[in-house]
Design a protein around this ligand. Structure first.
Ligand code: ZN
Length: 79
């Protein structure tokens, strides 16, 4: 089936969420507001993001928590 054969309501909507730079107390609240309020994909799975983490200023215990919650962790850079 080609996408041209789908009606607009049948076309899947893909939303990619990515963040970059340090993970620490400065953005912990934002991530809580976005991810820990029950937002779900249509299949019932919680929404998640890819975090491009830089080393400098990162609190790795918070990175570990994000990973445990199902987020994808990627390398940004050291600085
Ligand atoms: Zn950056």
């Amino acid at each position: 089936m080609h996408t041209a054969d789908l009606s607009p309501v049948e076309v899947p909507q893909l939303v990619l969420l990515t963040f970059d730079d340090a993970v620490n107390d400065l953005n912990k609240g934002l991530y809580n507001d976005l991810f820990n309020v029950g937002r779900k994909n249509p299949n019932g799975c919680p929404i998640a993001s890819t975090m491009y983490v830089s080393h400098e200023w990162t609190d790795y215990s918070q990175v570990q928590d994000l990973y445990a919650e199902g987020h994808e962790i990627a390398s940004h850079s050291v600085s």
